[in-house]
Design a protein around this ligand. Structure first.
Ligand SMILES: [Zn+2]
Length: 405
């Protein structure tokens, strides 16, 4: 078997448009994800992986049998889809050795990636980078993760002397629309724990994310002709403004960072008679998360007291939970990755994710699953890029994770 260069492999995946679509009810949400799914299943089978297959929902699974006994079964997971909010077809990637300064992505269209806006570049001088032409995304999120897992599989299958336990591989569709874990066959996967390869810088390990809920607030007003409205009109739009003013003013995304949670008003529609506000509620801390939901209920209760029962209808829907609650019960999973990162010559860095991950969902489906960096940057935008040297380091990290001990 001819070994495939990691970056060539990555570029071959990036060439396939796999954007997922929120408005599609099917799974996968878009048919073209099968193009990559089938290719990966076929490549895994050709490498000699066991049970390589793509199921009817475009989940790809494969197994590399253990060559050493007494080892845990470790899962490695990445997602195949990319976001659809940025052009994702006909990507023209460019590889070059970065020598510092700003990067001209597109001479003709004068698109420049500035060092000042991308401080991480300062640490990447001398590295081989892969950028776009500034008009599309790159797809490093998450094809860098896919390519690294594939490279590891190829390595293990061509180096039988390298000692390891059973390695399970899973590639999912539709992660970017929040459905990647939906039909993941946790039971069939049969891993003791797993890692998603879906972070950014190499050496990153994430095991904390938000607790998340969504709230819908419906305000009922009373519409009267403005000319004769005195003492009678109740404007639902203004009720909405009032409701929002009852929430803590500084607990909003634009004023918070790190472990600070927020209420984010992401939609406000309506007329005098009826208005609707939609929020997402986020907090890493479970107690503070509960308090935030209470604050919202209190605001609704206060409005109903003031304007009459039934003025405000509040519905809070739980979305996902912080994986830390589960990971804390399996400290060896994080320790194993941290140890592997050090053996690969890097220092492990953990930052709390200000969002959710498929791994968080998988944790609550019974599969402890922190998230590891892949060497990509600027996800979901036209300035997305990958660091080829970091990607190679990520494969080394994966080797150390699965190495028998
Ligand atoms: Zn991703």
């Amino acid at each position: 078997m001819i070994l495939m260069d990691l970056i060539e492999r990555f570029l071959s995946y990036v060439a396939i448009d796999t954007c997922s679509r929120e408005d599609s009810p099917s799974c996968p949400s878009t048919e073209h994800q099968f193009e990559l799914g089938k290719k990966l299943a076929q490549e895994l089978a050709e490498m000699g992986a066991k049970n390589a297959r793509v199921d009817e929902h475009c989940y790809v699974y494969a197994e590399i049998p253990a060559n050493t006994e007494g080892q845990p079964v470790i899962g490695l997971i990445a997602h195949m889809d990319v976001v659809d909010c940025v052009p994702s077809a006909n990507i023209r990637p460019r590889r070059f050795r970065y020598e510092g300064g700003d990067i001209v992505l597109n001479e003709e269209k004068k698109i420049v990636m500035r060092l000042a806006d991308n401080p991480r570049l300062a640490g990447q001088v001398g590295h081989e980078l892969i950028v776009t032409d500034g008009t599309t995304l790159l797809g490093a999120d998450d094809k860098a993760g896919v390519a690294e897992i594939m490279a590891l599989a190829e390595y293990l299958l061509t180096h039988p002397e390298f000692p390891h336990g059973t390695v399970k591989i899973g590639f999912t569709p539709d992660e970017e629309i929040g459905r990647g874990a939906d039909l993941f066959d946790v039971e069939g996967f049969q891993a003791d724990f797993a890692y998603t390869m879906d972070g950014d810088f190499a050496g990153g390990i994430e095991f904390e994310n938000f607790n998340a809920a969504a709230a819908q607030v419906i305000l009922h007003g009373h519409s009267v002709h403005p000319g004769s409205a005195k003492g009678r009109m109740v404007n639902a739009i203004k009720l909405g403004m009032k409701f929002n003013s009852l929430l803590p003013a500084h607990a909003v995304p634009e004023a918070t960072e790190g472990y600070e949670g927020f209420f984010h008003l992401n939609s406000f529609t309506g007329e005098e008679e009826k208005a609707e506000l939609r929020y997402i509620i986020r907090d890493h801390d479970a107690d503070k998360f509960e308090i935030k939901k209470e604050q919202m209920k209190n605001a609704a209760a206060a409005m109903n007291l003031l304007y009459g029962e039934g003025t405000v209808e509040l519905t809070i829907r739980e979305q996902y939970r912080n994986m830390k609650e589960i990971i804390d019960q399996h400290p060896e999973v994080v320790a194993r990755a941290q140890d592997a990162i050090r053996k690969a010559g890097l220092s492990p860095v953990s930052v709390p994710v200000r969002g959710g991950t498929d791994g968080a969902r998988l944790c609550y489906m019974g599969l402890p699953c922190p998230n590891l960096g892949t060497g990509g940057s600027n996800y979901h935008g036209t300035h997305e890029y990958a660091d080829a040297d970091e990607m190679r380091m990520c494969v080394e990290i994966l080797k150390e994770i699965v190495r028998a001990r």
